[in-house]
Design a protein around this ligand. Structure first.
Ligand SMILES: [Zn+2]
Length: 476
């Protein structure tokens, strides 16, 4: 008898939803059919939309080392509640930070027993590694160990993960280019953000929007321009992480038109919030780097998701402890830690504000939530697809359900969000990983810590080199 059937699923076929039953054996899709099958496990999707498992390719789950903020288990819980089946965790927010295979193995030892959903890892390389002339070696070794990309910071972040100067960034690009993997940059010009931050502090500004004004749109623009120049020079695959500006989307679009391998992601908060409103209302709870921007930026980034200059969506989930890191006595907008949680709200926001409001077609929704990140990071078509042989990872969404984001209800240890109070239409009702229900809205989390698996890079692939699989209608 068949292992598992996901029945009454409305699955995406181009821009149409088609009713089907998905057959699962050993955690993989073995058939998609209109016929009825007996199975030991029956998962009823109840006519809801079933997407290929959604991927958050940019998380900081803080483990090991910063577990007063989040543990890998609480991060996975929040992600599963939010319909995420795979996360790709960043190298910087752990002790030690990941800047080589030994640190990567240390992290894996800590997080593997805690994982509820599948996960891959970003590799790390810093300015200090370049100064010590070991960047080529550590990049090569981490690539061989299965990381999917490398992260570089142009501005200071975690003290144990030093930023790069401009020439150090060029050096990291050369090292990563040799591996064929993407290099993701935190794109803000350090000299500019630092100068205006010091200036505003001297002038005594303590209003929350000052944080955003000190880190200007121009500072992101020139950082992206430099990144593109360097990538073109050395043939690196450049990825702009958490891109916040409309001008950024235009620059990435132009670089693509010139044939460069430049990609970008944006985050839900850069699509639906602007700095003036959100920072005035939520203060440090809306403090992130890069900062929230303007309504005009929101709209251009939506256009970017439509026209492909923004390749996919990710959260930059970075929770902090309210009592000590966000709202400690005497803390100002300058000293509170920058970061917000996001894994739980990414999919619902894209469904509600993107698909349900007509900004994204169904195929665009699938591309930006699942397919494109899987391709970009070499996890495709194991992840990010509903092919025969793909992992049976699904995000089940009730498209009509109306609900309101409540900071207190979040599964993340961070009980704050500048999205608090936002009304949405569309809710995650089940999250399925390799054929098992990990989250069910009526029952909560259904697997034990350790169920989630470490996924290594499968192939080095490029977005434009992948040909769409024939329609599933051919398989019926
Ligand atoms: Zn980040």
């Amino acid at each position: 008898m068949l292992d598992t059937i996901v029945k009454n699923a409305m699955i995406p076929q181009g821009d149409e939803l088609v009713k089907a039953n998905i057959l699962v054996e050993d955690g993989k899709i073995v058939g998609i059919t209109r016929k009825e099958f007996e199975a030991r496990n029956v998962i009823d999707a109840e006519g809801n939309m079933v997407l290929p498992g959604c991927i958050d390719s940019h998380t900081h789950f803080m483990d090991p080392g910063f577990t007063h903020r989040e543990t890998f288990t609480t991060g996975c819980r929040a992600a599963a509640y939010g319909g995420i089946t795979t996360v790709i965790d960043m190298p910087c927010c752990s002790v030690p930070s990941v800047r080589g295979v030994p640190e990567m193995e240390h992290k894996l030892e800590a997080i593997k027993p805690q994982a509820l959903i599948d996960f891959a890892l970003w590799g790390g390389v810093t300015g200090e590694d370049v100064r010590e002339e070991k960047h080529f070696r550590i990049v090569r070794e981490q690539a061989e160990a299965g990381v999917v990309a490398f992260k570089v910071y142009m501005t200071p972040s975690v003290p144990s993960y030093p930023r790069v100067t401009d020439p150090e960034m060029l050096e990291t690009f050369k090292a990563v280019a040799e591996t064929g993997l993407p290099v993701g940059i935190h794109a803000e010009n350090f000299a500019m953000t630092d100068f205006y931050t010091q200036k505003f502090i001297r002038e005594g500004r303590l209003d929350a929007p000052a944080w955003a004004e000190a880190r200007s749109i121009l500072a992101e623009k020139v950082a992206i321009e430099l990144g593109i120049s360097f990538a073109e020079e050395v043939g690196a695959r450049l990825h702009i992480v958490h891109m916040s500006t409309g001008i950024g989307a235009r620059l990435v679009g132009e670089a693509k038109m010139r044939g460069l391998d430049v990609t970008s992601e944006t985050c839900p908060h850069y699509l639906v919030l602007n700095y003036k409103d959100a920072m005035s209302e939520y203060g440090a709870f809306a403090k992130i780097a890069p900062p929230l921007r303007t309504e005009e930026d929101n709209e251009i980034l939506w256009e970017g998701l439509q026209n492909g200059s923004v390749d996919f969506i990710a959260t930059d989930h970075a929770p902090y402890e309210i009592a000590t890191e966000k709202a400690k006595q005497g803390m100002t907008i300058w000293t509170a830690f920058p970061g917000i949680p996001g894994v739980e709200t990414m999919v619902p926001i894209l469904v509600s504000e993107g698909y349900n409001k007509g900004r994204l077609t169904l195929s665009q929704l699938v591309d930006v939530l699942s397919r494109n990140a899987a391709i970009h990071y070499g996890l495709y078509p194991k992840k990010g697809a509903m092919f025969i042989g793909s992992d049976a990872d699904f995000t089940v969404i009730d498209l009509d359900r109306e609900w309101i984001i409540n900071k207190e209800d979040q599964q993340s240890m961070a009980k704050y969000t500048p999205l608090h109070g936002m009304k949405l239409k569309g809710k995650v009702v089940k999250t399925i990983v390799r054929g098992k229900v990990v989250f069910d809205e009526k029952k909560g989390i259904m697997v034990n810590p350790g169920y989630g698996q470490f996924v290594k890079r499968q192939t080095i692939s490029k977005l434009d080199k992948v040909i769409r699989f024939p329609s599933i209608n051919d398989i019926f």
